[in-house]
Write a protein that binds this ligand. Structure first.
Ligand SMILES: Nc1ncnc2c1ncn2[C@@H]1O[C@H](COP(=O)(O)OP(=O)(O)O)[C@@H](O)[C@H]1O
Ligand SMILES: [Mg+2]
Length: 264
């Protein structure tokens, strides 16, 4: 299980962007992490994968545990060794390398025999990558690049896969393909933390979800509960609310509701 408790993250020694985040990803589950731009979702992922220092960021409080491992303080490479892999926001693939070279790079900790086995396995699962194996990755479509980013992450044989907005900028049909893939990968036994702004897709795939806003978790619950939540419907699923009305921040809406409850 991934267990994040009271995590605080600061950038440039001053800007506090995570203000005590706690969340869990039990083994074998898909958990959604939702929230608007700037909420702190990517910073949470960076803290898990040990990449904060590349951004002049630092976890100043709290803990991140994965099984018996205490991840804070480990290098990114050691964290991959614990069984955690990610497909980063913005599909960071090596655009000048071929599809196959990208995949091999993802298996950099594996033996040649394991790489060969995994290539066969993922070409089977991602036929489009097989067709394009010798093509330069920069020439793939957005959806193909996303699949490559996911397949490359799987090449390290992770127990936990972190996906940062895999549906961003993709057409609905491709988003549905990605959603199906995420479910299949999970059925192979990989736990998944799925960061999304596409709440509808994420809650279909995940069994549990957390909603973040301005550096905090503001709601969490089972996907079924979250789908029923009026605020989530209004702010993330596009139901309710006056059309044309300025979208209030999620937190403002919660504060307003809380005040209403106290006053009534
Ligand atoms: N490298 C950085 N240096 C300084 N501030 C950052 C950096 N990366 C993100 N931030 C700030 O941290 C906050 C959370 O950002 P981020 O984690 O990227 O949110 P999300 O992924 O939910 O959009 C934002 O206010 C953002 O401007
Ligand atoms: Mg982000």
């Amino acid at each position: 299980m991934l267990d994040i408790a009271n995590l605080e993250v600061v950038y440039n020694s001053v800007v506090l962007v995570l203000k005590g985040v706690s969340l869990q990803v039990p083994d074998g589950k898909v958990v959604a992490l939702l929230g608007p731009n700037g909420a702190g979702k990517t910073s949470t992922i960076r803290a898990i994968t040990g990449l904060l220092d590349l951004q002049d960021g630092e976890a100043t409080k709290g803990s991140i545990r994965f099984g018996d491992h205490d991840l804070l303080g480990l290098t990114g490479d050691a964290i991959v060794g614990c069984g955690i892999a990610q497909a980063m926001e913005g599909r960071r693939i090596f655009v000048d390398l071929t599809v196959e070279e990208n995949l091999i790079a993802g298996g950099y900790r594996s033996t040649p025999a394991a790489i060969k086995e995994d290539l066969a396995r993922y070409y089977d699962r991602f036929p489009v990558l097989k067709d394009r194996r010798n093509r330069q990755a920069g020439y793939l479509s957005g959806g193909e690049q996303q699949m490559l980013a996911i397949a490359r992450a799987l090449m390290s044989r992770p127990k936990l896969l972190l996906l940062d907005e895999p549906s961003l900028g993709l057409a609905p049909k491709i988003v549905a393909d990605i959603a199906k893939l995420i479910t299949e990968i999970n059925q192979d036994g990989v736990s998944i933390l799925l960061v999304e702004q596409n709440a509808a897709m994420a809650l279909d795939v995940a069994s549990y979800g957390y909603v973040m806003d301005t550096g905090k978790v503001v709601i969490d619950g089972s996907s079924a509960e979250l789908k029923e939540d009026k605020d989530i419907q209004e702010f993330y699923l596009g139901f309710g609310g006056e059309s044309g009305e300025q979208k209030k921040s999620f937190r403002d809406a919660k504060l307003y509701q809380r005040r209403k409850r106290w006053l009534s």
